[in-house]
Write a protein that binds this ligand. Structure first.
Ligand code: HEC
Length: 99
């Protein structure tokens, strides 16, 4: 019973809190992994250091800009309604896996 309550409260919390609750991994899993888990359309894979190394050199700000404005086959904001804060957290999460 407690478990059910917890889930219900959690669902309400997500509905009310919206994107505030989303941390980088959650955003990545929901919005970015579609392409970045398998490397769809040439997307650099999560944790693939060789693929990320040349990109890391351009700096986090430039990578964030690519994710926000789109680059190559990647649509702006992953083609979805992702807030600036969520994109930043997702990029930070992705970069944390290759640093
Ligand atoms: C539709 C597939 C797709 C989705 C969804 C997607 N990406 Fe990408 N992403 C790509 C591709 C393809 C590239 C390589 C672009 C290139 O270098 O031409 C890329 C590159 C990147 C880069 C490197 C940019 C650079 O300047 O080298 C970052 C950072 C990135 N994605 C972050 C994200 C984040 C964060 C999300 C989720 C909010 C996301 N991506 C969702 C396809 C995707």
């Amino acid at each position: 019973m407690f478990r059910v309550l917890l889930i219900v409260c959690g669902a309400i919390g997500i509905a009310v809190g919206g994107q505030v609750l989303a941390d980088g991994k959650a955003v990545y899993d929901a919005k970015c992994s579609v392409c970045h888990a398998a490397g769809v359309a040439g997307a650099p894979k999560l944790g693939d250091k060789a693929a990320w190394e040349p990109r890391l050199k351009t700096g986090e700000a430039a990578l964030l800009k690519s994710a926000t404005n789109g680059k190559g086959a990647m649509p702006p904001r992953a083609g979805q309604n992702v807030s600036d804060k969520d994109i930043k957290e997702a990029v930070e999460y992705m970069l944390s896996k290759v640093k």
